[in-house]
Write a protein that binds this ligand. Structure first.
Ligand code: SAM
Length: 280
């Protein structure tokens, strides 16, 4: 798939995820939840797990930080929470749908850069540039230098996201930069890693929840819809199935046979919090 088409389907996927999550499960964020011991991995507990994820990040913001650039801030729920805690927060968001929600939520308190991070143009300098599950979407060859240019001397880069552990990633869950490449790039950059925390075990239950929802809700709904069309318009259904046969086969492979559970995620990915300081 061409990069622009990929980008559009990813953004529409996030938009649908936000509408369903907020409407059905009171979810404000687009990131995984952090499943602490004792919290049952159930979709009804996802808003609590997302809240734990926010608290975890807040507890790792260095005390010197007053100004933050929240990159790929989604609908801005976390930015708003940081503003309420007294931080001055600006946002980067390339999506029209999310930008509308951001403007409603943040009003004039924040500058919203309505573009990709790679295209940001500003003279402002921040104490911290933050990526909450948005790092994987940014061009890895450029992101570190651009972040360095937006930081004051001694400023911080906070990344909370998952990475691929192995170059041959057989996991059915897409996404994540290669960890070894990131480590190489950060090692050669003006940053020094001051915190590196592995939260793979606490984030992997999100995949079990998604896998369960796919198998117990999405697939039965699609199958019922198919039977409905079969009873009303069998010829058109046959034509549609033929036209999209490759896509259907791909989706069946991905959702029915794909390795998409928590254990597959933990095997192939590593979810990390990195706090890095600009030292040069
Ligand atoms: C998984 S969501 C995370 C949203 C939010 N940070 C949160 O924690 O709820 C990823 C976000 O990255 C944004 N994004 C994707 N590509 C981007 C880019 N090149 N530059 C800036 N943001 C990007 C998407 O629009 C989306 O808001």
């Amino acid at each position: 798939m061409k990069e622009s088409k990929k980008h559009i389907s990813r953004e529409i996927g996030l938009e649908i995820g936000h509408i369903l999550g907020k409407g059905l499960f009171r979810l404000e964020h687009l990131h995984y939840g952090l499943w602490k011991k004792g919290l049952e991995p159930d979709i009804l507990n996802l808003h609590t797990a997302q809240d734990e994820y926010c608290k975890f990040i807040i507890s790792h913001i260095p005390t010197e930080v007053k100004t933050i650039l929240d990159v790929g801030c989604g609908a801005g729920a976390f930015s708003k929470r940081l503003i309420d805690l007294g931080y001055k927060v600006d946002c980067v968001c390339p999506t029209e749908y999310q930008n509308k929600l951001l403007e409603q939520r943040l009003g004039k308190t924040s500058e919203i850069f309505k573009c990709k991070f790679e295209d940001i143009k500003t003279d402002r300098k921040y104490d911290m540039v933050m990526f909450c599950e948005s790092f994987q979407y940014i061009d890895l060859d450029r992101v570190i230098d651009i972040a360095a240019g937006l930081l004051k001397q001694g400023g911080f880069l906070l990344i909370c996201d998952f990475f691929k552990k192995h170059s041959a990633d057989a996991c059915g869950i897409k996404g994540g930069h290669k960890l070894d490449k990131f480590m190489n790039l950060i090692g050669q950059s003006s940053f020094k890693i001051i915190e590196d925390i592995d939260i793979t075990a606490e984030t992997a239950p999100n995949l079990d929840i998604l896998d369960k929802a796919t198998k117990e809700v999405m697939i039965p709904v699609v199958s019922a819809a198919e039977r409905f069309f079969q009873s009303r318009n069998p010829i058109i259904l046959k034509l549609i199935k033929w036209k999209y046969r490759k896509k259907i086969a791909k989706a069946e492979q991905k959702y029915l046979k794909g390795n998409r559970a928590g254990k597959d995620f933990a095997e192939a990915k590593t979810y990390r919090l990195f706090v890095c300081r600009k030292v040069k």
